[in-house]
Ligand binder design. Structure first.
Ligand SMILES: [Zn+2]
Length: 164
C-alpha cells in the first residue's frame, strides 16, 4: 500500500456518518506504520473499545470502513477468515461492517472473523514451520499474501456492492 495521511484516510470512509468519522482516533504509532508490507491497514480505536477501522486500496481507490466488534465471542478459537493463519497466533474475533447504501442505513451488516489486531499481513508472510527440501518458500509466501489480498478485497467489494 502507499503511505496515506490521516486526512486522506478520513476522506476515504464509506457508509459512515459525519459524526462517526469525526470520532475516529488514530493509533499513537500511526506515523511509524510501514504501509509497504501491508495488503490493508487496520486498527482499533483506543477511545472506543469495540470500534475498529480498515483502510484498503480497492479498485485504485482508497476505501476506509468502520468495523464493530461483536459482543459475543466465538465459542472456540477460530481462524481468521482473511489471513487463515493456521497457528492461531492472534485471536480472531467477529467484526461487523455496515453495508453500503440504504441497506446499511436500515441496519444491514456483514460480519467476518478477523485477527483482532489486524496483523494479517504479518501472518501471511510467515513460512510453514516444516517443509521439504526444495520447497519453493517464496512461492508459498506469495500465494499466502495473494490469498489474503483476494479475501480482503472480496469482503470490501461485498460491503460496497449495495451502495446506491
Ligand atoms: Zn488475520
Amino acid at each position: 500500500m502507499n503511505k496515506y495521511s490521516q486526512k486522506q484516510i478520513l476522506d476515504a470512509f464509506r457508509g459512515a456518518t459525519r459524526s462517526e468519522v469525526k470520532k475516529v482516533t488514530f493509533p499513537l504509532d500511526f506515523d511509524d506504520v510501514d504501509f509497504d508490507r501491508r495488503e490493508f491497514y487496520g486498527w482499533r480505536d483506543r477511545k472506543m473499545p469495540r470500534r475498529a477501522y480498515i483502510v484498503v486500496e480497492h479498485d485504485d481507490e482508497l476505501v476506509a470502513l468502520i468495523l464493530n466488534r461483536a459482543e459475543a465471542k466465538p465459542s472456540r478459537r477460530a481462524m481468521c477468515a482473511w489471513c487463515r493463519d493456521v497457528d492461531l497466533s492472534e485471536e480472531a474475533v467477529l467484526y461487523t461492517v455496515r453495508r453500503g447504501g440504504s441497506n446499511g442505513r436500515r441496519g444491514d451488516t456483514l460480519g467476518t472473523l478477523v485477527c483482532s489486531g489486524f496483523s494479517c499481513s504479518k501472518h501471511a508472510r510467515k513460512l510453514p514451520p516444516a517443509f521439504h527440501k526444495g520447497t519453493d518458500l517464496k512461492a508459498i509466501r506469495e500465494e499466502q499474501v495473494a490469498g489474503l489480498r483476494q479475501r480482503v478485497h472480496s469482503f470490501v467489494a461485498e460491503v460496497l456492492s449495495t451502495e446506491d
